[in-house]
Design a protein around this ligand. Sequence first.
Ligand code: ZN
Ligand code: ZN
Length: 107
Amino acid sequence: MHEHSFIQAIISNIENKDNVVEITLEVGELAGIKAEHLKEHLEEEMPWKVDVVERTSKVKCACGYEGRAKIRQRLHDLVVYCCPKCESFPEIIQGEDIKIIKVVYGD
Ligand SMILES: [Zn+2]
Ligand SMILES: [Zn+2]
């Protein structure tokens, strides 16, 4: 499943998994999974404290608009977005990635 692949990608990117106490993720609002939802799944899977920070999007459209995307619909693992000005499909500059921004290890 799509969201399961997000979880697996995060877990496989973390070294010394057994010693991790806490991780912080930055989740773009166009990433295809809600930050809170990602947190739930990850906490089910691993004994870590998971913090999530949602990052707003930035898109660039052929009409000249540059700024936050308009989210039309958010399905379980898919975000449908467009340019808020002309409603066409813009290029994403920021906001579709999931990044690991902090990992805290215990002793
Ligand atoms: Zn789910
Ligand atoms: Zn536009």
